[in-house]
Each structure stands twice: as C-alpha cells, then as structure tokens.
Design a protein around this ligand. Structure first.
Ligand SMILES: C[S@@+](CC[C@H](N)C(=O)[O-])C[C@H]1O[C@@H](n2cnc3c(N)ncnc32)[C@H](O)[C@@H]1O
Length: 875
C-alpha cells in the first residue's frame, strides 16, 4: 500500500516547505499558514513583516533567570535558545497492549518511513519520522512535522489521517516525547498497584495502563491497577475520555486534591477484606507499589509547543529594559509548597520498597531540585534518590543541579538569610539548596530544618502580590551561594537541544522504610481540605492552558472539537439517561450519535454530574399524566450521593442473579469466567440499570475496601463497559435484554460458547463495509444459514483466519478478531462504531495486501442487503 500519493505535485511540496517555516506565525489577516508567501524562515525575524505577527520567542527575563541558574553551560546557551524557538516535532506512541501493535509498528517501519521520505521534500528531510531510540521496542515515534503541518499540509494527509484514526481508537497516543519518560522510570509491572496523583488529561495514565496490560493473555486481566486522580473536574472528564480508549477494567478515576488524597485503611478490629474476597491476597490498607507525581508546574519546558508561554515571562514589553521579574518565576515560587505537599502525600501512600517518580515540565530548580531536596529532608533516611543513569541509556539527559538561587521581583537570593522579612511569606527556606532558615550553620547541611513550616507558609504567601512589591533588596553575594549535599545529580534533566525535544525534569525515589514519625503523622493520613490549597489549586487550574505539555495531541485536537463543557454535559446526559423516569426521556438532550435503539450513546460514563444542571432537573415539573388520574411524582430526581460525596453517582455492586443468569445462559458463558463481585453499575435500581461494568480483581478489592472505610474515595469513573440494555422493539424480542459492548467483548470472548459464529474474511469485510447484511446475501451460504439459526439478539462474529473449525467452539488467541453484531429478523447488523469498522478494515486490508480500501468503497445502500427495518449502527 505504500506510496499512495507518491505523485504529489511540486506545488504541494512547496506547500510543505512553506508550512514548515511558518507554523508558529499568526497572520493578522489570514489564519491559514499555507497562504504564506514564505519570505521568512526565521520567526524571530518576522517582526519585520507587517503581515505576520509571530509569537515573541525571546525574553530578557527568561534569559536572565536561566543564565543565572546555570541551566546549561554558557557555551551551550545559543543552541539551547535556538532549540526553544523551533517548533516541537510531534510524537506518538503505539499502544503496546493493542492487538495490532506489531501491525502498526511494521506499517510505520515499512510503509510510512519510506513513503513520507519519498513524498515530502525531495529528500531534504533526513528522517520525516523515526522511532525514539530510548523508548523500548520501537513503540514511540517522533515526526519532524509539527502538529500544525500535519493538519495543514496535503502531502502529509494520509499520515495525519492514520494518526487521527489510530489515536481515536486507542491504538496510538499522541503525546510529547519527553512526557513519556516518567512512566518508564516508574518501572511498572503488571501486578503493581499504581496511583497517578495528578493525572489529567491522562497521557501518562494511559501509558501506565498500556504497560500493565502489555502481556495479558486473552480473557485474563493483569493483577495490578491504576488510580488516576485529578482535582479538576473538567480536566478529569478529559482524563476519563482518554482512558476510555484503553477499554480497561483495571482503572479507578478519582477527584481529590492530591495532597489530601484520602487514606483507605481498615482498623484492626474490622473484618479483613480478604475474608470477603474470592481468592488470593487482598488489601486492608490502600497503598501503592508505584506513585507518579506529575505535579502542576509553571510549564516552561513546553515553550516549543506552547510559545505563548514566552509572554508569561514578561509583564509588558516596555518593562523589558528593567528586567521585571517575572510572572513565571512567581508562579514557580508559588507552586513550590503545593508540589512538596503532593509529593509528600504520594510518599506516604507508597509501600515500603516501592518507587515514586516526581516530575514536572518546568525547568525551574525551585519547582524541581528544591522540591526533591525537601522531600529527602522530610523523609530522613526512609527514602533514597535512585540513580537511574543506567536506565534508558539512549535517553540524553543532564544531572540535576546542586546549586541554584531564588529570585523574586528584581532580586536574587542565594540564601534564605538574605530574604527580607516582608518576603518570607512567599520565599521559604525549602526553596534554597540547604533548606535551612539559619544559613550560617546550614551550608552543606542536610539535617532537619525549619523548612517544613516555612514551606507551608510559602503556599500561604501570595507570590503574585510579592512580584509587584516594591521592596528593594540587594542581590545576594555569590560567595555565599549554597550547595545541596543531597545527591541531586541523580535527578534527570532533559533539555531541548540534546535530542530535539521539550524540556522535562524527573526524580526517582525508592522508599526504604516507613516515614519518620513526624512525616508519617503529617502525611500518613488524609486531612480536611485546606482553604489555601483549594485556592492555589484553583489558580493552577486557571492556568491549566499553560500546562499543555502533557495534553496528548489527540486530546488537544479532540478538546477543540469537544469543548470541556460538552464533555461535562455528555456525562450529564449519560446520567440522566440512566436515571430519569420515562416521561422525562424526551427532555434529555439528544446527541447526534445514536445506538441501535436510537438512544443517545454518549462517549462517557463518568459518575460526575454537573450539580448546577442537576438542580435544574430537580426543579423540572412533570405534568399530571391525566389518563389514569395518577399524579406524577417523577419530576424530582434523586440527588446523586456516593457515600459522603455529592455530585457523583454511587458505585453499586451489581448482583442481580436473575439478570446475570440470563446473560450467562444466552451467551453460554463458561463458569470459569469470574462474575461474582466483578460487576458494577451506577444505578441502585436494577430494573433501570442500563450499563453494567466489569472490574478487575484488583479494583474489586479497592472498591470493597473503600466501602468498608465509608467511601472515602470520590470515584468518578470505574469499570469496563461490558453489557448494555437493549430497549428497542427489536431488543425486546430477544430473550436477553443485554448486549455485549465492544469494549467488553475482547475480555469475554474466550468464554462465549453460544451466539457466536465464524465468518470468512470476505463476509467479515462485507459486514464492516456495509454494516448490515441479509442472511441470504452472505457469500458463504452456510454462514448465512447458521446466522439465521442464532437466537434473536446480540451475537458475536469472529473472523475465520483459516484456523477455526466449521462447527464447535471458537478457538481464541491474541490474534483473534471479533465484533459484536445483532441478529435481526432477516439480517446480521454490526454493532461497532463507524470508526472501529473503518480501522478494522484498514488493518485487514493491510494484512491481506489489498491496500487501503476504506476510502475507495462506494457508498452502499444498506437497504439493498440489510433488513429494511434495521438501520446499521451509526454510533
Ligand atoms: C502537569 S498536569 C498533569 C498531566 C498528566 N500527568 C498527563 O500526563 O496527562 C498537572 C495536573 O495537576 C492537576 N492539579 C492541580 N492541582 C492539583 C491538586 N492539588 N491535586 C490534584 N491534581 C492537581 C491539574 O488539574 C493538572 O491536570
């Protein structure tokens, strides 16, 4: 299939080159960069052009700050800055747990690497795409095209379509290269319990899930699980949206302030969870083998991707002569306290022997080395900084700094003793290398300090105000500069010009023993929400747009298509759909997507509900239905309360034996499939449960623990959607009201013995192309006959790759491809999204060497082959 579009014209190649040159420029008159006359290829020079308004990519405050910090050697400064001014290459990662991961890797290696080279620029580009050498298994790739180019340049269209489609399906994740590093240093194994403390929008959570699912056998789940937490509800919805692509039963999404993440601990007298569990070890305290603290930060490591951050470094252009300091420095100083708090809570949640990664996309030592040093200080000898210089050997990195200074407004401080009283609310000892308030005796001292209190006071200080203060403080004397005696050289700094990437900071900790009593007392259990932390988090979230480094590119794009408020309202739709009485159904906002019943089929099933909207519904009045004279009292909907949490649906263990029995019987599900305690819903009324979710043993243990400790966890999403109730006329005609969802099918497949058939590749592809086919129209008449013998309702069609027996049970292995369908009166209809159909067809066509058929298929009138009364799925 390679080489489609090989004959692109010279004009298109020129578009490509022009597009490369202008990706960062904003035209005042025309937003299309391809309309550029291309007369400038250096956007720092573009100030001369009246037609273009480039992002400012230089800033004296930035230069002064990072030169002073010695972030790179003086001889490298120009290369460092030049790299920051270039657009960031885009990167993506193949989902290693995807059934098609090898196919995708081969497609990139054998098709796109060659075709893009040939098509794009007459051989000018050395490597249009290449695997990132430090990422294991050729799974992560970098393309030398910026996201803007991929979107705008026709030559790259096929590649861009590939990225978009596979990203949507979950087979790849578009994510900045350096943002993929922290989960790798976490050294995750499939049986690990992991918490991602600040997880939204979820690119690293997704990566963690990939790793724990990587070597799962068909029909089996890994022993581990991930808790993905974020304080921001809207970003949390992006997180849910992202991780939904993973189709995992091993994830719990929560909504807490990370620094106050609740303790879930059974007291000694209560019955142990293992007494209730099925088999195997269980837990009585929620602690984690791995903790990821990818904390909120000022984000200047993402300058290449988000050049507007340059502006954050200056108040106004006219100030530049006087070097005003520095909105961004202020933000870094202001975040230091929160970062320490989140990391300390993470450390308390970490099991002894476990690993924690602290990371930021900031270059600022106050947010990086200073936080690491403070963690080591507070943890005493119970924690060590891990030397990871032998891990990911091909990743170019720098050691952490041992020396740095703290700056505020127009003053530098080398030591806390230089900080005037008026600034001590916002500049605290822990920001300095020694962490000491009394620096005369503090140099090179790593003992306990007064920094704990002062770090607390930092978060209470208003750094923004401080920046505007007019105190005049003499610069610190260089001779008194402090040097940390912690082994901060073990920290990992990634700078842009080493490997054409963004910047990142990573520190890896190993917990050797329980935290010292003082730290345990302070961080070992959750505390009530502190107003200041709330305010700080709010400020951080206000600036969330700056924290774009981690926003997977797919999310970025998706977010522009689906606004965050849309996502919230989708969750509301989902909620209302599940819980509203029938008479209100027509008031439920309809999405364009409909399932086979014509019901709204929303992309999200989070339990989060927008309370403001909820109240609107509470107030909705349903008129007297008149006919039977009964007064309707259905207008008032129950307020969702999960344990003590308002605004989220409760997570209910689904134990309805009648429904479960019917499902098992209809699909002939083998007894070996563990149902008991693994099904949950978000609706207490079994008669109105619309979706049933599956949870892994690991998640089940946590949920049971959570129930026993009074629902400490505010769970916004959990479980793999496995069964969905069919409410249409056709659905009612089936002996089983629940169909198997696409997400749940791969897990259930090896256990299904009824309602399952194998189709030839021709018939299977026809189903994907035409969505509905009459029994008589299958090319394999025997298959059509067997299809007609199935019971009305949901069925599973497996692709016969030549190894399947004509009759008898289907053999399932990791290469088996299957889709959910509906056996109607006279036809089989696929119950898979149009995107899934398209992607599966692409995969099959590549495997069978037929090239990309999808875009060449003529539109087909379904009515010619399908039941006239069954519409194909248009989910
Ligand atoms: C750097 S981003 C995380 C990116 C994410 N790890 C990823 O890879 O997609 C920081 C996140 O921290 C969240 N956040 C800010 N303050 C928080 C707090 N106090 N507790 C938990 N999350 C917080 C923000 O909402 C933001 O989503």
């Amino acid at each position: 299939m390679g080489g489609r579009g090989r004959g692109r014209s010279r004009t298109q190649r020129k578009h490509f080159r022009d597009g490369r040159e202008n990706v960062w420029k904003h035209s005042r008159s025309d937003s299309n960069p391809n309309n550029s006359n291309g007369d400038s290829n250096d956007n720092t020079n573009a100030n001369n052009s009246a037609a273009w308004e480039p992002f400012a990519t230089q800033n004296h405050a930035f230069d002064e700050y990072y030169k002073e910090q010695g972030i790179v050697g003086a001889e490298e400064w120009d290369a460092f800055i030049a790299s920051l001014r270039k657009p960031l290459p885009s990167a993506f990662r193949i989902n290693s747990s995807s059934q098609f991961s090898t196919d995708l890797r081969l497609q990139l290696e054998n098709d796109f690497m060659n075709s893009l080279q040939a098509e794009v620029a007459d051989g000018i580009e050395a490597e249009p795409i290449r695997p990132l050498p430090w990422y294991p298994g050729n799974l992560a790739w970098q393309s030398n095209f910026s996201r803007m180019q991929l979107r705008k340049n026709q030559t790259l269209e096929r590649f861009h379509e590939f990225l978009k489609l596979e990203n949507e399906i979950g087979n790849i994740t578009r994510q900045e290269a350096v943002s993929m590093v922290p989960p790798l240093f976490l050294d995750v194994h499939p049986e690990h319990f992991i918490i991602d403390m600040c997880a939204a929008p979820g690119s690293k959570t997704f990566q963690l899930l990939e790793i724990i699912h990587q070597s799962s056998e068909p029909g089996l789940l890994p022993g581990g699980m991930v808790v993905a937490n974020d304080v921001d509800v809207q970003r949390g919805n992006l997180l849910i949206h992202q991780t939904k692509r993973m189709c995992t039963a091993n994830l719990i999404v929560t909504n807490h302030e990370a620094q106050h993440f609740p303790s879930c601990r059974l007291n000694k007298n209560s019955c142990s969870v293992s007494e209730m569990g099925e088999t195997g070890p269980s837990i009585s305290e929620l602690q984690f083998d791995r903790v990821l603290c990818d904390v909120p930060c000022s984000g200047d490591g993402t300058l290449r991707k988000a050049p507007d951050i340059w502006r954050k470094w200056q108040s106004t252009i006219s100030d530049m002569d006087t070097y005003p300091l520095f909105k961004n420095v202020g933000m870094g100083n202001g975040l230091h306290g929160l970062q320490v708090q989140i990391a300390m809570r993470g450390m308390a949640l970490l099991k002894v022997g476990g690993r924690m990664v602290y990371s930021t996309c900031s270059m600022n030592p106050v947010e990086n080395e200073a936080v690491v040093a403070e963690i080591l200080r507070r943890c005493g000898g119970s924690v060590e900084l891990v030397d990871v210089s032998n891990e990911l050997p091909l990743l170019k990195r720098r050691p952490g700094l041992a020396q740095w200074k703290v700056c505020d407004k127009s003053s530098w401080f080398a030591s806390y003793k230089d900080v005037p009283e008026s600034k001590r609310a916002s500049i605290v000892p822990s920001m300095f290398p020694s962490g000491k308030s009394d620096t005369h005796s503090a140099l090179n001292d790593q003992g306990s300090t007064g920094s704990e209190e002062s770090c607390e006071s930092a978060k209470n200080g208003d750094s923004e105000n401080d920046i505007n203060s007019t105190d005049s403080i003499p610069p610190a004397s260089v001779a008194e500069e402090e040097i940390s005696s912690f082994p901060l050289q073990h920290c990992v700094r990634i700078v842009p010009h080493d490997q054409n990437s963004g910047a990142f900071f990573i520190a890896v900790f190993h917990k050797l023993s329980s935290l010292p009593a003082a730290a345990q007392e302070k961080w070992g259990h959750s505390k009530s929400t502190n107003q200041h932390s709330k305010r700080l988090s709010k400020e951080v979230n206000k600036d969330a747009n700056n924290l774009v480094d981690n926003l997977p590119e797919g999310v970025d794009e998706k977010a522009s298509e689906i606004s965050e408020s849309d996502i919230v309202s989708e969750s509301v739709v989902s909620h209302l759909e599940t819980n509203l009485p029938d008479s209100l159904d027509n008031k439920v906002p309809q999405t364009s997507a409909t399932d086979v019943d014509g019901d709204p089929d929303v992309g999200l099933e989070p339990g989060v509900c927008d309370l403001s909207k909820e109240n609107e519904w509470e107030e909705a009045q349903v008129p007297n239905d008149g006919e039977n004279g009964q007064q309707s009292v259905r207008g008032k909907r129950k307020l969702q309360i999960q344990g003590k949490w308002r605004g989220v649906d409760p997570v209910i263990l689904f134990k309805d034996e009648t429904i479960i029995g019917k499902i098992k019987n209809f699909y002939g599900i083998k007894e070996s499939f563990p149902f008991n305690g693994h099904l949950v819903s978000r609706n207490e009324d079994n008669n109105h449960v619309k979706r049933v979710y599956y949870i892994s043993k690991s998640v089940k243990d946590v949920l049971e623990l959570n129930l026993q400790v009074g629902q400490q966890l505010k769970i916004t999403s959990v479980g793999l959607k496995m069964f969905e109730r069919q409410t249409s006329k056709e659905g009612n005609a089936s002996p089983c009201a629940f169909r198997i969802s696409s997400e749940g099918l791969p897990l259930l497949l090896p256990y299904i013995t009824k309602q399952i058939l194998c189709a030839s590749i021709v018939d299977f592809k026809h189903l994907l192309q035409y969505k509905a086919i009459k029994f008589a129209d299958f090319t394999d008449a025997k298959f059509g006959e067997k299809a007609s013998e199935l019971m009305m309702g949901c069925c599973v069609i497996v692709l016969n790759d030549g190894n399947q027996p004509l009759t008898g049970p289907v053999h399932v292995d990791s290469s088996t491809i299957a889709i959910g369908c509906w056996r109607g009166r006279a036809s089989i209809t696929v119950m898979v999204t149009a995107t899934d159909c398209q992607e599966l067809l692409e995969r099959l066509n590549i495997r069978t060497g037929e090239g990309s058929l999808v875009q060449e298929i003529e539109p087909f009138d379904v009515k010619e082959v399908g039941d006239t009364n069954v519409n194909p799925m248009e989910i």
